[in-house]
Ligand binder design. Structure first.
Ligand SMILES: [Zn+2]
Length: 861
């Protein structure tokens, strides 16, 4: 890699996005870059890691799906996020490996998706459109690509006919540039291409269980059962691609797909996530034949070939004198790609009934469910199914099981696993049992409103009933003619009636914390399910982050904390290894990476043993938090020695978390003064506030300047940025916008040690409360009526907090009387503040009359 400083570009300059699913593919594309560009700061809501660079003279953004995530919805989410961050992307390439469908293709060949005649280029094979004879109906996915893409593909085809492909040349160049990766990406003699007959099943031997390196694939398979083919070189095919959410390892299924779907050359897993009209080209290197002999040996080479072809294609695009600037951006074309979800397989085959079901709602959680199952590694989550809580849940009727835990790593997988377990357990039951699944997604809040969520339950319950419910037909007829939508009441009415037809219904809801909060959607949804439980045999399984508003609603229910095992922590660290700065130039050896994982896991586990009673409730969050806090500082270290020293210093045992937080605070103090000052103020507010503050409240509080009589709107800071300066100790809750400490142990730590880090900040809080309340904006005294008061409160978000708590803070900080007096003397402002204080009580007792009777002022001091 060149040692020059990388070029810096702006987001506007990137016109091509490349999506890959595996790290092998990510690296393959990276080594094909002409050069790499400097990183660009992306919004904090965007958690993907991008590689930027130029390829054949075009600027490209490369993104890899998070480790372990494959399939259509992961791809849809990645493309949607990438094109939001890079809004000028005009074309997305899906580049990587896939299974080939013989006989046309061979291992190492590359397939490019091209529409031909009536064939749309990409076909989704696992949509629930199996006809009676078990055949698949062709369901085209991607429309014809726009003209500029077709022009470039034509140019590429012509070039291949005349001169052949440049793939070997590009792979050779990459090899010279990165000799270390040669073994992985180039074709060695050890790569053997056996195509076994469809009826010959793979013979397992011990080598299969180990990593593929060093073991001969199909060692025990009978080579006389292979199909004899004359040798030939690499070929590029232009044609049809099948996509689906499952990996195919079955030659019979593969052959059937070919028979049913016609000319398809390869089967992959991500293209289904692209929306119909998303300008997109799928480029797949063939690494296996979708049969039981499938292994990983060809993956590296196939990935390199696909990446090389992407480079060649971009070369043709560049040369075809297309003005990319004039093309519409993917972002504008796809709008909300999340709306595109494939339909869950339904027992209802009749077209009319299916139409009615789709009319109920187009929300569909099938793809999320199967994606989550893919994420599951063997044996994870067995503890949940084996727990007495879960056994009780399955055995006894009308029970609830609530599973709070940390976001991300485990909840969705466990929820999907629970669905699968319930479905398979009751599949052959004589009784009518239904498992309905809802997966909340904060990125899709616009579509996941109360009526849609309830409608989704109704749809699943209706679809699984032996006879299609008549009342749904009636509801449809009533609304369809007039073009109206059923009300929440209509939906719950039907839901109650149809749930009554089952002997038992399981409702599994994943990620309640991601359900929209506005309009009380989240709590109403939970209450509706609980209402249903009160009258029907409904069992409710829910996962969520640990949010007080939610846990309160499950107070009476059995609760099972989802916790992380050492393996989970290792997986987390594994994923983050690529962030190590030291790895770029010096190449962190595998031993060191192993050391990092082992040491951090050891420290985190040590905590768990020592602190069992303390951590019992939040082990899951806590393990990840500690692992994160220990890993974060290593990222920026530029010397191996520094990393080793830091690892050696990690404390175990009782002091571990104190030490971890202390280490964070030391790094915290090392940031530039400006950042530290703001962050100290924010931390103090979060630690000392009498109730959790929202982003808006904090913005106003932090904008207050000493000795002023008005808030300067230009002094309002970015709270998101300040939160990022707090190095992971503070987070913004996605749903409620509340800013809070990541864990109760952080609160506990600061209550003991805050004087050490930010002395006198209690004083500052008291001062800003008083300054804020004394602003000229309130010099007209109390608001004359409710509407005016609400308007005032909206315009001055910190008013309510300051009104209610200035007295407490003044006392706690021993604010001098002179300071307090200067405020008390401003009579109108004082009265305005008292109004705020009373309003608070007013909401607590929800009795407006009583307050207006009481009138008068109360002295908070
Ligand atoms: Zn085999």
């Amino acid at each position: 890699m060149s040692s020059q400083t990388p070029e810096k570009h702006t987001v506007e300059e990137y016109a091509v996005g490349i999506l890959v699913a595996l790290v092998t593919e990510e690296v393959a594309v990276t080594i094909m870059l002409d050069n790499e560009h400097a990183e660009i700061e992306t919004p904090s809501s965007d958690e993907y890691v991008y590689t930027l660079g130029s390829m054949s003279g075009l600027n490209v953004v490369l993104v890899c799906l998070p480790k372990g995530e494959i399939g259509t919805s992961a791809a849809a989410a990645a493309v949607s996020t990438m094109t939001a961050t890079f809004p000028f992307i005009k074309l997305v390439l899906l580049v990587g490996i896939a299974g080939g469908i013989p006989p046309q293709v061979r291992k190492g060949d590359v397939v490019v998706s091209v529409p031909e005649g009536q064939s749309p280029g990409v076909v989704q094979w696992d949509l629930g459109t199996r006809t009676e004879g078990g055949q698949f109906t062709r369901k085209g996915l991607l429309n014809r690509p726009p003209k500029f893409v077709l022009t470039a593909i034509n140019a590429l085809q012509k070039k291949h006919l005349r001169y052949g492909t440049q793939i070997p040349e590009f792979v050779e160049q990459a090899k010279r540039k990165e000799p270390r990766l040669q073994e992985m990406y180039s074709k060695s003699d050890q790569l053997q291409d056996f195509l076994f007959r469809s009826d010959y099943i793979h013979v397992h031997d011990e080598g299969d269980m180990q990593d593929y390196e060093g073991t001969a694939p199909c060692k025990s398979c009978d080579k006389t059962k292979t199909v004899q083919r004359p040798p030939r070189g690499i070929r590029v095919h232009f044609g049809g691609i099948a996509t689906g959410n499952s990996v195919i390892r079955d030659a019979v299924l593969r052959d059937r797909l070919k028979k049913d779907l016609g000319d398809i050359l390869t089967v992959e897993m991500e293209a289904g996530g692209m929306m119909n009209n998303c300008p997109c080209v799928v480029i797949r290197g063939i690494c296996d034949y979708c049969d039981s002999h499938k292994d990983k040996t060809w993956q590296g080479h196939a990935a390199a070939n696909a990446a090389a072809l992407a480079k060649e294609f971009l070369g043709c695009l560049k040369k075809s004198s297309v003005n990319l600037d004039k093309e519409p951006s993917v972002k504008d074309i796809i709008g909300h790609i999340h709306e595109h979800v494939t339909s869950m397989e339904s027992k209802i085959s009749s077209g009319e009934n299916q139409k009615i079901l789709n009319w109920i709602t187009n929300l569909n959680f099938g793809p999320r469910h199967s994606d989550s199952l893919h994420l599951r590694t063997p044996n994870t989550g067995e503890w949940l199914l084996a727990s007495p809580e879960f056994k009780d849940f399955v055995t006894f009727r009308e029970k609830t099981l609530f599973c709070p835990g940390m976001p991300g790593a485990g909840k969705s997988v466990l929820a999907a696993m629970v669905v699968q377990e319930l479905v398979s357990r009751f599949r052959d039951s004589e009784k009518q049992i239904c498992v309905a699944f809802v997966c909340c997604d904060f990125r899709d809040q616009a579509n996941q409103q109360l009526d849609a969520l309830l409608a989704s339950l109704l749809k699943q319950l209706s679809a699984n009933l032996r006879h299609f419910p008549n009342m749904i037909k009636v509801l449809y007829d009533k609304h369809n003619t007039q073009g109206t939508r059923p009300s929440v009441k209509d939906i719950t009415g039907c839901l109650h009636a149809i749930a009554g037809e089952y002997s038992r219904v399981f409702v599994v809801v994943d990620g309640l914390d991601e359900c929209p909060v506005e309009g009380g959607c989240r709590s109403k949804f939970i209450l509706e399910i609980q209402n249903l439980q009160a009258q029907r045999p409904v069992s409710f399984f829910a996962t969520s982050r640990n949010i007080p508003d939610i846990t309160r609603l499950f107070q009476e229910c059995p609760t099972l904390e989802i916790f992380a095992t050492s393996d989970d922590v290792r997986r987390y660290l594994n994923y983050r290894m690529r962030e190590l700065v030291v790895d770029d130039e010096i190449k962190c050896d595998t031993n060191l990476k192993e050391e990092i994982k082992t040491r951090i896991v050891e420290v985190v586990d040590g905590m768990y043993v020592d602190h069992k009673p303390l951590l019992k409730k939040s082990t899951y969050i806590f393990r990840f938090l500690l692992a994160k806090l220990h890993f974060d500082p290593l990222v920026e270290m530029s010397r191996l020695k520094d990393i080793r020293t830091a690892l050696a210093k990690l404390a175990t045992g009782v002091k571990a978390y104190d030490n971890a937080y202390r280490a964070v605070m030391e790094r915290f103090q090392g940031q530039n003064t400006h950042r530290v000052n703001d962050a100290k103020k924010l931390l103090s507010l979060v630690i000392h506030a009498q109730w959790p503050l929202s982003v808006l409240e904090l913005q106003h509080a932090l904008a207050v300047e000493k000795g002023t009589t008005d808030l300067d709107p230009e002094n309002i800071p970015s709270v998101k940025f300040i939160v990022s300066s707090c190095l992971g100790l503070v987070e913004i809750d996605e749903g409620s916008d509340i800013v809070r400490l990541v864990h109760y142990t952080v609160q506990e730590f600061f209550l003991r040690t805050h004087e050490e880090w930010f002395p006198n900040y209690m004083y500052w809080i008291a001062e800003i409360c008083i300054t804020y309340l004394g602003f000229d904006a309130f010099s007209s005294g109390p608001s004359p009526n409710e509407d005016e008061y609400i308007k005032r409160r909206t315009e001055n978000p910190f008013l309510r907090y300051a009104s209610c708590n200035w007295g407490y803070h003044a006392e706690a900080a021993s604010l001098p009387t002179s300071k307090v007096m200067s405020f008390l003397e401003k009579k109108p402002q004082l009265e305005a503040a008292s109004q705020g204080l009373q309003r608070k009580h007013c909401w607590e007792s929800s009795s407006v009359e009583r307050i207006s009777e009481e009138g008068g002022h109360s002295q908070p001091l």
